[in-house]
Design a protein around this ligand. Structure first.
Ligand SMILES: CC(C)(COP(=O)(O)OP(=O)(O)OC[C@H]1O[C@@H](n2cnc3c(N)ncnc32)[C@H](O)[C@@H]1OP(=O)(O)O)[C@@H](O)C(=O)NCCC(=O)NCCS
Length: 172
């Protein structure tokens, strides 16, 4: 069982019994409003089980559960890309609302990015952020990412047209 330790939390592989806490914490419009439409909302127990089935025994591990006090309280992972983008996957993450503002995701991104560079041989991690999500932009900056560009009117979320902020972090 791969486990990466943070201050007050761990990033670990998925377990079959994670679905109830995943469902409870993911089922929040304040989270889904800032993610792709493919993130289920409302988030059901079936959605949680589907996610776990996709990620159970993943090799290499690309998606970690963020576990606080034994409970799944968030997710951090990458979506690999192909062709000329194969060394620069896209980062995604969310944290249970109860734990916002404590620096947890900043540290989780640092730990996870380090893992991607050292263990998975990626050379760049990219995050695409909705233009109405300053908390996520701030977290990325604190974790060492740079704002590399703003794509105007690139996204539509909840019927609102938004700019897309592209953040990147390259292996030293
Ligand atoms: C974005 C998210 C992951 C942040 O996690 P977190 O653990 O609370 O982040 P941290 O505590 O490490 O840092 C949050 C920073 O954002 C800042 N922040 C929060 N809300 C803000 C706002 N509305 N405007 C500007 N900055 C804001 C905080 O002040 C803090 O910065 P500081 O340390 O300089 O004060 C969490 O809010 C979340 O899961 N949001 C919903 C899902 C999401 O947006 N995912 C990312 C999609 S790209």
């Amino acid at each position: 069982m791969l486990e990466l330790k943070g201050n007050g939390f761990i990033l670990r592989e998925w377990e079959i019994n994670d679905a109830p806490w995943l469902q409870k914490n993911a089922n929040n419009y304040k989270i889904s409003d800032f993610l792709l439409d493919q993130f289920p909302s409302p988030y059901t127990l079936e959605d949680a089980n589907n996610w776990i089935a996709l990620n159970l025994n993943q090799e290499p591990v690309l998606n970690f559960a963020i576990v606080i006090g034994g409970k799944v309280s968030g997710v951090i992972g990458i979506v690999p890309r192909t062709d000329v983008y194969r060394l620069s996957p896209l980062l995604g993450y969310w944290l249970a609302e109860d734990y916002w503002g404590k620096g947890i995701m900043t540290e989780a991104i640092k730990i996870f990015t380090n893992y991607c560079f050292k263990e998975l041989d990626y050379i760049r991690i990219q995050a695409n952020v909705l233009g109405n999500n300053p908390a996520s932009m701030r977290v990325l900056e604190k974790a060492g990412f740079k704002l590399e560009g703003v794509l105007r009117n690139a996204m539509v979320k909840n019927d609102v047209i938004l700019n897309e902020h592209i953040y990147g972090h390259c292996k030293a």
